[in-house]
Design a protein. Structure first.
Length: 359
């Protein structure tokens, strides 16, 4: 029996399956519907709201101090991946967050910086979270970074005036205005601390589609492995006939659905431009194809060894769902469990999708 001819026959029979043909026809339609490249940035921005209230109440502060005004400008004007909007009242903010029009909201007291400078750091900003929120922790970091940016100037001046070796010269030789002006200059000119990005995208923003597609590479790795398992189960059925119970047939039966799953994954990589962590240039796609091929060969070796050790199909039926579900937990498809439980780091090496994601 010619293994190559059998492989081509198996691939052709799988390609001509009605379900696969329907799926391949639907994919371009889904790609067109999910594409928002021509939309304005505001349509894809992740919205967050805030309101400045009087201390101890939810009434809007009419005359906030200079630091709070600067915080307001920083949140609204900052070129960030989130769009902060100031609301006219706490009630409006709660309504927008509860209806999921905003990812989250912040009720900020007008005496925030006074209390922070007095070393009062707990329960100052009230965070409202949308029922569907999935990114509130990231938005929190952006909001608190803006707060610290404004707070750093008075903190620096207080340290310089009270604890530094130059305390005797402040405010005599150097006025507060001069010190704060110098602080702002050093904060923004890149001389103190800066990153240099090489080959960075010119117009990048986090979109909800990016978030939804972030685990897609791991799920495709799982799909390829699942395809190999289905091929192994097909081999067990075919091996009842002695003529098919040979190594070359077993290899073809396992490999053919994995080739199709790999081609399907690469096709999705091409038509979906929003998959995070993927270079959509021609060299990037060629490199990803090599990674998929290497991963496919790893799965093939694993399943050949598994089917050589396990002779009964019902044991594979029991083992397959346990192993695939464990891949979801121990491989960094949705979350890397070993980062939270270091003891699991050694166990994760037994699950193949993690190798593809680390390539």
């Amino acid at each position: 029996m010619n293994p190559l001819r059998l492989l081509l026959f198996r691939i052709r029979s799988l390609v001509l399956h009605p379900f696969f043909l329907m799926l391949m026809l639907l994919l371009p339609v889904v790609a067109l519907l999910s594409s928002h490249r021509d939309d304005p940035p505001e349509s894809d921005a992740i919205r967050a709201g805030f309101v400045i209230v009087s201390p101890g109440s939810e009434n809007v502060e009419a005359e906030p101090d200079a630091l709070i005004q600067r915080l307001t400008r920083t949140l609204i004007e900052d070129d960030n991946i989130f769009r902060f909007e100031q609301c006219s009242s706490a009630a409006e903010l709660k309504t927008l967050v509860a209806s999921s029009d905003m990812e989250c909201g912040y009720i900020i007291p007008s005496d925030l910086f006074v209390r922070l400078l007095d070393n009062d750091k707990k329960n100052l900003v009230r965070v409202l979270t949308s029922p569907k929120s999935s990114m509130v922790s990231i938005v929190n970091e952006a909001c608190y970074a803006s707060i610290f940016e404004v707070l750093s100037a008075p903190l620096f001046y207080d340290w310089l005036n009270e604890k530094s070796a130059m305390a005797d010269l402040v405010p005599g030789t150097f006025s507060e205005e001069q010190v704060l002006a110098l602080h702002d200059e050093l904060l923004t000119d890149g001389s103190t601390f800066a990153f240099e990005y090489v080959s960075a995208p010119e117009d990048y923003r986090i979109r909800r589609m990016n978030v939804l597609l972030s685990p897609i590479r791991g799920l495709f790795a799982l799909l390829i492995l699942l395809s190999g398992f289905t091929g192994a189960l097909s081999y067990y059925r075919s091996a009842k006939q002695p003529v098919y119970a040979i190594f070359s047939v077993r290899t073809v039966m396992i490999l053919s659905p994995m080739i199709l799953a790999t081609a399907f994954s690469l096709f999705c990589y091409i038509i979906f431009p929003d998959i995070p962590g993927l270079d959509h240039s021609l060299p990037g796609l060629l490199l990803e194809a090599l990674k998929l091929t290497a991963y496919e060969l790893m799965c093939l070796v694993f399943l050949l060894l598994l089917t050589a050790v396990i002779k009964k199909r019902r044991i594979i039926y029991a083992f397959m769902p346990v192993y695939l579900l464990s891949c979801l937990f121990f491989s960094p498809i949705f979350v890397d469990a070993s980062r939270f439980i270091p003891a699991l780091r050694g166990i994760s090496f037994f699950f193949l999708p993690g190798y593809y994601l680390m390539m």
